[in-house]
Design a binder for this molecule. Structure first.
Ligand SMILES: Cc1cc2nc3c(=O)[nH]c(=O)nc-3n(C[C@H](O)[C@H](O)[C@H](O)COP(=O)(O)O)c2cc1C
Length: 194
């Protein structure tokens, strides 16, 4: 299975890192691209400094792995910009309102927007993990548009009924919900009734 993970500039960088770790642990191939604001949030929220032009997987995950393939967000002729590349699904996590708007409008003018557009046109699963509050009508309408186009809007909204004790548990809950959408088995949270 090959999954695209795009990191954009909404609050929630820990969700992206945890998701990539979980996919790598599952021995999947992860195609990563990061917006400029996404890199800023990685630094601000997690102290992770990535050089988008001279990228190393170690700077992102703290270790090297051949399972992560990285593309600069300007690299519009990257393999994942084409529907011929056999991607199984794409996750934008966290998804900024700006990137959400670009996907809803079908802009395709950076690799993240182009890959998302391709994912939709090829009728492959596209999972968007927005974080903003309160939501304005433009964002709500954009969420409705992408949902009509086939995307799954999965807001970064950790549940509290499982009484999380740490931020990591809250992060794992959201990442577990993403993995559920990808039909990947996991034990990141206990299911209701378990
Ligand atoms: C510290 C910080 C936190 C932000 N949090 C959010 C957020 O939670 N949601 C959001 O939509 N935008 C947020 N933004 C704004 C986006 O980063 C900004 O709109 C950016 O242009 C998005 O670009 P991108 O979609 O290319 O990543 C935040 C910006 C900063 C600096």
């Amino acid at each position: 299975m090959q999954i695209i993970v795009a990191i954009t500039g909404a609050s929630g960088a820990p969700y992206a890192i945890r998701l990539i770790q979980a996919l790598v642990e599952e021995k999947l191939e992860v195609h990563v691209t990061i917006s400029a604001a996404g890199a800023r949030l990685l630094k601000h929220e997690m102290g992770i400094a990535v050089d988008l032009r001279n990228f190393s997987v170690k700077s992102l995950l703290g270790k090297t792995t051949t399972r992560v393939v990285y593309y600069h967000h300007d690299y519009i002729s990257a393999p994942i910009a084409s529907g011929t590349f056999p991607i199984d699904a794409m996750v934008v996590v966290p998804c900024s309102m700006s990137t959400l708007a670009g996907i809803a409008a079908g802009l395709g003018n950076n690799l993240i927007l182009r890959a998302a557009d391709v994912t939709l046109k090829e009728r492959r699963p596209l999972i968007l993990v927005p974080r903003e509050t309160p939501l304005g009508l433009i964002a709500i309408e954009n969420m409705a548009s992408v949902t009509r186009a086939g995307a799954c809007v999965l807001p970064a909204m950790p549940a509290l009924y499982n009484r999380p004790k740490t931020v990591q548990e809250m992060v794992d809950f959201v990442v577990g919900k993403i993995l559920d959408q990808l039909h990947i088995r996991h034990e990141l949270f206990r299911r209701w009734g378990e």
